[in-house]
Write a new protein. Structure first.
Length: 192
């Protein structure tokens, strides 16, 4: 029997560096927690920004905290088409040579030269969970979604860190294709 895996939907969002946060919201700004996310220390903040693409603007793009070393925007392919941004498919953190965009906050704006990506689907595991499943960082796995619109997601990258908790992250386009609800569902991990 295949191990059950929580599936979480990662909607469009932005991670900000402290420098960019200050430019958008004011000097020494601190994010306000709206809701804790499943991965320890991560949270959806009260703050939102606007992302201006060549075709359209995405309003109320949620800021996810805490602050990061580099600013990164994660969109779905549908978001990119709407905004007019040609963002590459990448793992979170791999932003070198990615797409750019203008970001507007209440106190200012920034022009990202790079940092806009479509996030690759991935599976968060802590080292104990990875050992139990005989998986390591950057392995590729499949997850089967059961239901009326059941399907198998291939090429899910395993990401292992001590503070992670087992869950697969897919974007809204992928979740809609599988007929999943707004927040999450369950899948079966296919090994080998």
């Amino acid at each position: 029997m295949n191990p059950k895996i929580p599936i979480e939907i990662s909607a469009r969002h932005i991670h900000l560096s402290q420098n960019d946060l200050d430019k958008l919201f004011g000097a020494d700004y601190e994010l306000k927690i709206k809701k804790d996310l499943s991965q320890k220390g991560e949270f959806a903040s009260e703050e939102t920004v606007a992302l201006i693409g060549s075709k359209n603007t995405i309003e109320k793009l949620r800021v996810v905290g805490p602050v990061r070393e580099k600013t990164q925007v994660e969109l779905s392919y549908s978001d990119c088409f709407f905004a007019g941004i040609d963002a590459p498919l990448r793992l979170s953190g791999d932003v070198v040579g990615s797409a750019g965009a203008k970001i507007v906050g209440p106190m200012g704006e920034i022009e990202l030269k790079e940092g806009v990506i479509v996030a690759k689907r991935h599976l968060h595991l802590n080292p104990k969970e990875a050992d139990e499943l005989n998986l390591k960082n950057n392995d590729l796995v499949k997850v089967k979604i059961v239901g009326e619109r059941g399907l198998v997601f291939d090429n899910i990258t395993v990401r292992v860190k001590p503070n992670f908790k087992k869950s697969a992250h897919i974007d809204t386009d992928e979740a809609n294709a599988a007929g999943l609800g707004k927040v999450c569902g369950k899948g079966e991990l296919i090994l080998g």
